[in-house]
Ligand binder design. Sequence first.
Ligand code: DGL
Length: 263
Amino acid sequence: MTTTSPIGIFDSGVGGTTVWKEISKQLPNEQVIYLADSKNAPYGEQKPEEIIRLSCKNTEFLIEKGCKIIVVACNTATTAAIATLRQKYDIPFIGIEPAIKPAASLTDTNRVGILATKGTLSSALFHRTADLHAKNIEIVEQRGDGLVELIEAGETNSEKTFALLKKYINPMIEKNIDCLVLGCTHYPYLIPQLKKILPASVKIIDSGEAVARQTKHILEKSSLLNTSDTKPINFCYTNYKTHLLQDFINKLELNTRVEFLEF
Ligand code: DGL
């Protein structure tokens, strides 16, 4: 492992590209290898043991590709598998968790909404974080059932997605939330639709930027930061339809060609 080794990022599918985008802004000279396990999405509906198995498989692929750090760009995989991954592999891991702490310090109504997968909301790690950082705050939890599937199908702007979002968000608005935490890396793609539903006073918070900051910090601390100024060539693999992931990559201007790979 050297400073020029790549950063490995994986997600159950296309959502982790929103984290990759933040990493590319803060670490433009780092090479990235992105792995989208779309064939097995959504992780949120799987049993924790299965999420751990899939996360190990993704990790081993990225280690074989020579990555120096692994970003688990999936809240569901982080909550279920990060402890096992850290125990099993000798490489730094960065996980992503719903941004409860920043939301707790921003709320005036003391009511924070969180939209996340079933896997994340039912995990012990999520409840520990919520208990720790939001003691006097009411957390209004909402499972985003069906949203990951719609985003994976490229339906970020469809009527169907809008109707489902309204069904999930309206009861939160009625409960007077003033912050909405996006607890799934797929959901930032829904921000334009969410803005049409939420009052302008409700802040939308996601963790992508914080994860990129933490990635930079750990690379610096481990003397693994790439200080060269050559533009990197990134790699991006999916085990499902390449054109779907390619559309997301193009939208975020990540300048990478998606390759199909059976894994
Ligand atoms: N992007 C994943 C997350 O952050 C989606 C989970 C899923 O596949 O259900 O939770």
